[in-house]
Design a protein around this ligand. Structure first.
Ligand code: NDP
Length: 444
């Protein structure tokens, strides 16, 4: 049996029921098959893939907190410290009822290669809780965050593990988490990113993931003889990534016609009015349905189905496995020419394969949404140097990073004889650096 197949079987056997983690490992290993098989004996001898697929450490803990009725609540907290070969662990915290070890291991595993691709010295990690921040008061959120950090602070630090936000963890939560870390350690250091601008945050961090998705999309289109200007774009989600992908796509001349949330989606043939969406989602924390109160000509549909809207470009920016084979076929049938994943693993493997087989340009999340963590690394740099860069400086660095990521993915795909396959290219480019570092550091 080949080393890749053997390791996949081992991962399934030793991580029972963790389907998201199995899926992520399968996707990555399959795309690395060419590289791994060319050095199979060497890698087997040092158990490279066994080590790569086993987190260095998983911390799991109880998070007790008191709700507004005086009732004690208990949640589960986790941090998966997956791989520190090229730098301190780096990856977001997700607060969502669906959070479990499988989801965090899938995200942490993917993060290793994504972080490597950015060119910054950051390892891979991920964490979070099954806590649901929806419909909680600010005091309840603070109580939860303080309790969560009271356990997590033992394992984090600027040179050790630097968490950030993810689904359910935005500026408010990061502020509470940072405040509690400082209180417990008496250290004012860049131990978390996504901080407020008045206490160590970086300009452009809020916009970075969404902007980065569109920068790399634009580069992919350009290198394939197409352009973004005038294209109709459908974006799923209406959270941080979706909002700023919309903003940059509009700035660069595209027309975004649909957005969604977990309840349904809106279609505005005149182009989404983003200020209204920001008011609903960032200020009022409402549902996307409220958009039609402000724009009666737009249409709201409850439930899934956003991918049935004809468009040239699709940017899935909500959550994992939100776009399946049927959706992919519908998009292609309606004239879609390019897909870039703003979310992590939003397309199922069958959908991804379909896009690639049917000549739809496809940029995987590992490359497309790496602008967020790259800008987090820029925040870490500014913190350690005790200085701030301007918005224009950070944005230009972000743009260059995304163009560079595209070049690395394109180059690796060409080197291994699969030009235009950015899934394989991104995985190989990320993998090579981590593996070289692991080998140089011996059996650890
Ligand atoms: P947010 O919590 O800000 O937004 C998530 C959005 O997706 C919300 O609009 C939410 O709807 C919607 N959503 C959630 N679940 C579903 C579902 N099952 N079906 C349809 N819509 C759904 O998260 P982010 O924008 O930060 O993250 C989105 C994705 O991008 C995640 O996969 C995340 O891991 C990834 N990512 C984020 C980065 C960042 O910097 N923020 C960096 C790299 C990746 P509702 O409002 O109803 O909850």
């Amino acid at each position: 049996m080949s080393y890749v197949d053997e390791i996949y079987e081992r991962v399934v056997r030793e991580n029972r029921g963790e389907v998201e983690f199995h899926q992520a490992v399968k996707e990555v290993l399959e795309s690395l098959r060419l590289v791994i098989e060319s050095k199979e004996d060497e890698y087997r001898k040092i158990a490279l893939l066994e080590r790569l697929t086993e987190p260095e450490r998983i911390i799991s803990f109880r998070v007790p907190w008191i709700d507004d009725n005086g009732q004690v609540q208990i949640n589960k907290g986790y941090r998966v410290q997956f791989n520190s070969a090229i730098g301190p662990y780096k990856g977001g915290l997700r607060f969502h009822p669906s959070v479990n070890e499988s989801i965090l291991k899938f995200l942490g595993f993917e993060q290793i290669f994504k972080n490597s691709l950015t060119g910054h010295p950051i390892g891979g990690g991920k964490g979070g809780s099954n806590f649901d921040p929806k419909c909680k008061s600010d005091r309840e959120i603070m109580a939860f965050c303080q309790s969560f950090m009271t356990e997590l602070y033992k394992y984090t630090g600027a040179a050790q593990d630097v968490p950030a936000g993810d689904i359910g963890v935005g500026a408010r939560e990061i502020g509470f988490l940072f405040g509690q870390y400082k209180r417990l350690t008496s250290q004012y250091e860049g131990m978390i990113t996504g901080k407020g601008l008045k206490f160590g945050g970086s300009l452009v961090r809020t916009e970075s993931t969404g902007y980065g998705v569109v920068y790399i999309l634009e580069e992919m289109l350009k290198k394939n003889g197409k352009e973004l200007v005038g294209k109709k774009v459908v974006i799923s989600g209406s959270g941080n990534v979706a909002i700023y992908a919309t903003e940059k796509a509009q700035q660069l001349g595209a027309k975004v016609i649909a957005l969604s949330d977990s309840q349904g989606y809106i279609y505005d043939q005149n182009g989404i009015n983003l200020e209204i969406v920001k008011q609903i989602k960032e200020v009022r924390r409402g549902t996307i349905e409220e958009y039609i109160e402000a724009v009666p000509s737009a249409k709201y549909t409850a439930g899934k189905g956003i991918w049935s809207i004809p468009c040239h470009i699709a940017l899935p920016c909500a959550t994992q496995n939100e776009l399946d084979l049927e959706d992919a076929k519908m998009l292609r049938g309606n004239g879609c020419i390019a897909v870039a994943e703003g979310a992590n693993m939003p397309c199922t493997m069958k959908a991804t394969n379909y896009f690639q087989e049917s000549d739809v340009l496809f940029m995987p999340g590992k490359a497309a949404n790496a602008g967020g963590v790259a800008t987090s690394a820029l925040e870490m740099s500014q913190n350690s140097m005790h200085l701030y860069w301007t918005f224009a400086e950070v944005e230009e660095k972000l743009r260059r990073i995304m163009v560079n990521i595209f070049a690395k993915a394109e180059d690796a795909a060409k080197r291994y004889g699969v030009p235009g396959n950015y899934v394989v290219g991104a995985n190989i480019a990320g993998f090579e650096k981590v593996v070289d570092a692991m080998i140089a550091q011996g059996i650890v």
